[in-house]
Design a protein around this ligand. Sequence first.
Ligand code: FES
Length: 153
Amino acid sequence: MLSAEEKSEIDHEITKFPVRRSACLEALAVVQRHRGWVSDDTLKAVADYVGMSATELDGIATFYNLIYRKPVGKKVVRICDSVSCFIMGYDKIRSKIEQELGIQLGQTTPDQEFTLLPTPCLGTCDHAPALMINDSLHRDLNEDNVAQILRHE
Ligand code: FES
């Protein structure tokens, strides 16, 4: 069930589109902002609210890597694994992050603080390797600065 606040925010998004269901991705983003991720029950509630089937909406939710269909930590570290970052040291950066956080790619720390996920190109290839922590972009990574970045996030 959606909260009054979530419905209000989704209603605002719906005003930006000619068709109610066209706001489905924005509606998912709204509930994810409130709940941290999109459970099956939440997905069904959003689908009902925007007027589409849960199956249709799940197809959209699982296509976008910024919609989380499983619980994630408070801070989601998304490390770019596309070609420029891969050439410029992705493996070393990923290993350093895994060592710092004590988790592997795809996992969440036991305190639910960090989740480490891969992401395709972040559009900053001239400053590879790069990652994002929630909405913050970090570029020109190396084994030293990535550890500092994690500690200060
Ligand atoms: S390949 Fe990583 S930012 Fe483009």
